[in-house]
Design a protein around this ligand. Structure first.
Ligand code: MN
Length: 232
């Protein structure tokens, strides 16, 4: 074993609500446009052929309740409230039953986005990294085991900025269910325990400003919050 020349970055884990346990996160996959009304507000149509994805670095993940700097390089930093879930078993080319069994826990998440940099990427047909893979942009609340939460059906999903409602929808509006996402994504990746998937955001995304507090929730799951520091 070689001597490491600096300490490795601390690993990131998401607590399992009501326990001392936590889920170590290895990869973060994000589903694009999984609610028709959000696809419309982004100027697009829903592709019903297949879900599609982008990724976020685990190094950019933080826990709910954090107070973080407002990111550099954007004048249009957006909130996206999402249902996330954690994989708890190795699965490849999953059947419906295997996909169902592989979902270990559900939780609230925020997919914070430099919308202006994402738009640059779209305009120039370039990758979305500056828009989506932003430091402190993958926010997770404690997760609830699937055995306790049940199945995402028509639970309310909502987000507020400074207490004002911005997003308010139902998980029933999701185009691709978590089981369908696992079935599809596992055709391209060997999914393992610790992989986390963010399932897309409903309509109502919008900008936040330095100093503002974001809160959100999904019926039956622990709520989520994020505080953006004032500039300077
Ligand atoms: Mn998103």
């Amino acid at each position: 074993m070689p001597t490491l020349i600096f300490d490795p970055m601390t690993t990131f884990s998401v607590p399992v609500t009501g326990t001392d346990a936590a889920i170590p996160v290895s990869r973060i996959f994000c589903v694009g446009r999984n609610y028709a009304a959000h696809a419309a507000e982004m100027g697009g149509e829903v592709d019903r052929e297949a879900p599609w994805y982008f990724t976020k670095s685990v190094a950019h993940a933080i826990l709910s309740g954090a107070k973080v700097p407002f990111p550099s390089g954007t004048k249009n930093y957006h909130h996206e409230m999402e249902l996330a879930f954690a994989i708890g078993a190795s699965v490849f080319e999953a059947t419906e039953a295997e996909a169902q069994a592989a979902i270990f826990a559900y939780g609230c998440a925020l997919d914070m986005t430099r919308r202006d940099r994402q738009q640059d990427g779209k305009d120039h047909r370039r990758p979305w990294s500056l828009g989506k893979d932003v430091e402190n942009s993958a926010v997770f609340a404690a997760m609830t085991p699937a055995a306790n939460f049940g199945t995402p059906t028509d639970q309310r999903i909502h987000l507020e900025v400074e207490g004002q409602s911005r997003q308010d929808a139902s998980l029933a509006e999701m185009i691709w269910s978590p089981v369908e996402i696992v079935r599809h994504l596992s055709r391209y990746y060997m999914l393992h325990a610790g992989d986390v998937i963010m399932t897309g955001t409903p309509a109502g995304v919008g900008a936040v400003l330095p100093g503002q507090t974001i809160t959100g929730g999904i019926e039956g799951l622990d709520p989520i919050s994020l505080i953006l520091e004032n500039d300077g």
